[in-house]
Design a binder for this molecule. Sequence first.
Ligand code: CP
Length: 308
Amino acid sequence: MWAHRHLLGIRPLTREDILLVLERAAHWREFLEASPKFENILSGYSMVCLFFEPSTRTRMSFEMAGKLLGMNVLNFSLEGSSLEKGESFRDTVRTIARMKADVLVVRHRDSGVPEYLASFLPCHVVNAGDGMREHPTQALLDLLAIRRTLGRIEGLRVAILGDILHSRVARSLALALMKLGNSVVFSGPPTLVPESVLALGAERVFPVEQAVEGADVVYLLRIQRERQEAGYFPSLQEYTRFFGLGERLLTRMKEGAFIMHPGPVNRGVEIEHRFVEHESSLIEEQVTCGVAVRMAVLEILLRGEKTS
Ligand code: CP
């Protein structure tokens, strides 16, 4: 039974909660193949997307999900808002909630903002990525893409490579995978995979060649240029050569293993250009699963046990 008013992270979810989202998301994933698509079960509800960091996939797929289910969807834009006139963040969100929004989807550079909003807003709050903490709908869509492709989502080995230290995607995904009985290994430049990440419960394996061996899925994280400037690795070229997915690493992967990436992709940095659309890449499937998972999350939050 789903007992959450908000979706703030993977950490508070049970295995059953995750499986419920996946079950409904699988239904919506099939629905997305139809054209035209009509399903207005959330007609009369309103959702506001508040993104204080750039986003294409998450923001647009929430918008798409809400509209496909018949919701009124509003996108808040920082530019031109009264925040620019000095209104506080708290007053801004209280004002939006007072317009009787039912769901507020928030992305913010600071960890903990969704919890903060959930502590005083009367509407449902959904975390669309907060600082370095969690990105729960990304993890859920990744699970859906894996289950749809491999036919199962337990007993798998998943290697997550790259900037684990700063990645909310890695945190949420590792937690979700482990709750369902999968094993997770982290690898990448040791500066970006420090001992502290072991607290999540995953293994740390070096070098990356060893980490990908035997993995059913190799999940690459986006490398942000500012990490290089901060001295975590010497150059992007060196990152690509020693930690990126190219022919050398591909030959170490087991036959039938899949490649994933949350996007946006730095082609030629963490993954060689031609592998983005490789037959073993799930990157485009992840995008479609993103719409399905967000439909499921909105449905479950607003209709609870009435989902069918
Ligand atoms: N994966 C992801 O969160 O992408 P966006 O930043 O484009 O939303």
